[in-house]
Design a binder for this molecule. Structure first.
Ligand SMILES: [Zn+2]
Length: 464
């Protein structure tokens, strides 16, 4: 049976009148590709809660599709999707809709994506931190079977959290992988229903090529580190969809930190269509801890770190991959951090598509607020506020549509887009700080006002 989006919405209306029945209907292709997944919420409805109609009235809309700001708009959300957008007076508010009045002064923009997080076993306790910070989508980049369950629980709203896409377990971790092993692992992860294949470690040229080639056959995107034993040219030729740290470019092309070749490399990356997730604030976090507990402790003692459950803070306080490094390497790491700024400017100038990511969940990258630190870092590096916001919104939607689900639309405030929206007191194009305290967050059509967001923060940060 083939169902269109229209059919699904119609069905949901029927179900809505019958009561709190849950329906999980997705296009056939989607269901076949991701047998364990419920629907994505992008082209079809997930639960009865999405049947609520909400209207933002007299708001200024930052659609993030290149059209600047639309003043004094009405935005109608139904079935978890943006259904109507237009000037006050031209778009009527449906009877019975929950009305949120922006008084002509407030702004609506798309929810943010953290395209590089690590959700631990206790993540169900702190996933709401993302939502409270306006992060409505995350890419989990070290997946296990439990993450597939978590993804389903989030989509069915059994667990409160941002829409989640997940890679499988690391490929290439810690052992020599033959081309056949790489092929089998990719096939297994695709069959299990993971959204991405994650590279994390060295691979022989043969195994790497086979891995990416089989992933393309299986229609699953390869993201992650570069195999750092191979040159960047090999990565660009391979078809790997994304590099999840800009530092990979240093290991594979700029080990001497020579800035003179940056623009040429950036145009090659742009031509190859390889996506880059800079994780600049993450690198700064790692640099601060390199071979010393001082940086770790300073970050643990910060107010931002108090947002997470005590158990997570205690785990973060243990010696980690960075604190146990050789501290004499620190000047080199600091130079690498400095190199990120010209590197990102070159990538920006060349039009390399970028995403925002943080490694949230690792010490001491606080889920939710660390994405704001990353946005600030990208602006500071010269990408501009619009460029940084685009990486966190529209680009994430484009990436998922291209590499994960072609029927999904999010990251813009446009007709048919998933209703992941932020309501802000300030124009984010003039000042990003208001993003840290949104007036409200809409998560797939479900509205959370400031009081609800504060309650999420209180609950996650308590002494559990
Ligand atoms: Zn990571």
């Amino acid at each position: 049976m083939k169902l269109t989006t229209k059919d699904t919405v119609g069905l949901l209306l029927v179900v809505g009148t019958l009561g709190a029945l849950l329906v999980h209907i997705g296009p056939d292709g989607h269901a076949a590709k991701h047998p364990l997944a419920l629907t994505d919420g992008g082209g079809s409805a997930t639960t009865a809660i999405e049947n609520k109609t909400v209207a933002f009235v007299n708001v200024n809309v930052l659609p993030m599709n290149g059209e600047g700001i639309l003043a004094n708009q009405v935005v109608v959300v139904e079935g978890g999707l943006v259904r109507r957008i237009g000037p006050v007076g031209e778009v009527s508010v449906p009877i019975g809709a929950l009305q949120i009045n922006g008084n002509g002064t407030q702004f609506v923009m798309p929810g943010l994506t953290d395209a590089h997080v690590h959700l631990a076993d206790d993540a169900r306790d702190w996933l709401p931190l993302f939502v409270a910070n306006g992060v409505t989508t995350v890419f989990n980049l070290r997946g296990e079977p439990d993450h597939l369950r978590l993804r389903d629980q989030i989509r069915s709203r059994e667990v409160l959290g941002p829409m989640m896409y997940t890679s499988g377990p690391f490929t290439s971790a810690g052992e020599t992988v033959t081309p056949d092993q790489a092929a089998r692992e990719v096939q297994r992860q695709a069959a299990d229903g993971y959204d991405f294949v994650k590279i994390h470690g060295d691979l022989s040229e043969e195994a790497y090529r086979r891995l990416v080639q089989v992933a393309q056959e299986e229609e699953i995107a390869v993201v992650g580190h570069a195999p750092r034993n191979l040159p960047l040219s090999e990565v660009l030729e391979s078809g790997q969809a994304g590099l999840t740290h800009a530092e990979e470019l240093i290991y594979t092309r700029f080990s001497t930190l020579d800035e003179s070749d940056l623009d040429r490399a950036a145009s090659e990356i742009a031509a190859a269509g390889t996506w880059i997730t800079p994780t600049l604030s993450t690198f700064a976090n790692n640099e601060a801890q390199w071979g010393t507990r001082t940086g770790l402790e300073a970050r643990l003692g910060s107010e931002a770190a108090l947002a997470v459950p005590r158990s997570l803070r205690e785990r973060w306080a243990e010696p980690n991959f960075y604190t146990t490094k050789d501290s004499t390497e620190r000047p080199q790491i600091s130079a690498m951090l400095d190199f990120h700024r010209p590197m990102l400017r070159s990538l920006g100038r060349a039009g390399v598509p970028m995403l925002t990511g943080t490694d949230a969940g690792l010490p001491v990258m606080v889920p939710g607020s660390s994405l704001h630190d990353e946005l600030d870092a990208l602006v500071d590096a010269g990408l501009g506020r619009y460029g940084a916001l685009q990486a966190a919104t529209r680009n994430a939607g484009l990436f998922v549509r291209r590499f994960v689900h072609e029927d999904v639309s999010f990251g813009t405030v446009t007709l048919g887009a998933r209703a992941d929206l932020l309501l802000l007191d300030q124009n984010p194009l003039l000042d990003l700080s208001g993003l840290r305290q949104p007036r409200g967050v809409m998560l797939r059509g479900e509205w959370f006002d400031r009081a609800a967001l504060d309650a999420m923060l209180d609950k996650a940060g308590d002494s559990r």
